[in-house]
Design a protein around this ligand. Sequence first.
Ligand SMILES: Nc1ncnc2c1ncn2[C@@H]1O[C@H](COP(=O)(O)OP(=O)(O)OP(=O)(O)O)[C@@H](O)[C@H]1O
Ligand SMILES: [Mg+2]
Length: 310
Amino acid sequence: MKDDKISEVIRVGKAQVLVYELRVEAAMSTNVCSVSPDDTMEDVRKILKEHAISGLPVVAGDELKGIVSIEDLIESILEGKTADRVSQRMTREPVTICSDDLLVRAINDFGRYRYGRFPVINRQTKKLVGIITKGDIIRCLFKRLESNHYEDELRRYRAGHLFEDIRSDHSSLVLKYNLEGASFEKAGEGSSQLKKNLLRLGIHPDVARRITIASYEAEMNMVIFCKGGTLIATIEPRCVTVNAVDQGPGIPDIARAMEPGYSTAPDWVRELGFGAGMGLPNIKNCSDEMHLDSTVGKGTNLQFKVYTKK
Ligand SMILES: Nc1ncnc2c1ncn2[C@@H]1O[C@H](COP(=O)(O)OP(=O)(O)OP(=O)(O)O)[C@@H](O)[C@H]1O
Ligand SMILES: [Mg+2]
């Protein structure tokens, strides 16, 4: 990957943190127009026109059967076959997203596929619960950024006062998150809780943001490559140190693992939108210091530090 591309990927912004925190259900539209497999393409034309949209999920009962788009409609018009049933023209087994997926997953999928919308299903019941477009994501982010802006102002007032009245030779506060056996669905919860607590403690939002992104990447690595691990954040008057400790398989070649784009992620992980080999470079970029120790067969200790005061 070229250098300018890398810095684009790892640039740390407020919107970037939000997409690692918010779930698809926060952005999706629940008011879904749909058609049945037995409707005709002429019915599709009317609905698309009436609602000024460019695609529709095809649903029988609550079950998602496919998706029909404006391209399918145009094709049927050109062939003079608008009386065709939707079931003859739709895309079967469309790419779907689960309502509890992180928004970053949806954004990755919009990058990977050229679809304009994804049906959103409930992970357990597999039933259609919404639909998501890039526009939904942008609207949701704008709304959150606006309300976060005012909260940030309030927090800044308290920032840096955490240790001010405490007299000791050494003060520190340790927050520990046990991610042992963490599942993919729950991945990201440790770093999300850590972020909330850092903000509550008055850590500057920009600093909290960098710590959260680095912690999220470390957490994902522990979930993907190990059977979980532990995230330990030590807050001191001048810095926050995070240790991500696991008893996983270890990393045979640390220099190689640190290279942007290097990944041993299996196919099923890549299919979920991970495995770009950007996690460790991202952690390095977000932190002021980073140390990676690993012993094959024993485990890995990743430590990073972010200074809260100059
Ligand atoms: N805790 C860990 N235990 C074992 N191996 C790890 C661990 N963390 C990283 N690795 C190894 O280092 C490689 C690079 O990690 P990195 O986080 O940069 O990329 P990735 O996880 O493969 O992809 P991405 O983070 O972009 O989704 C991984 O593919 C894996 O081989
Ligand atoms: Mg990773």
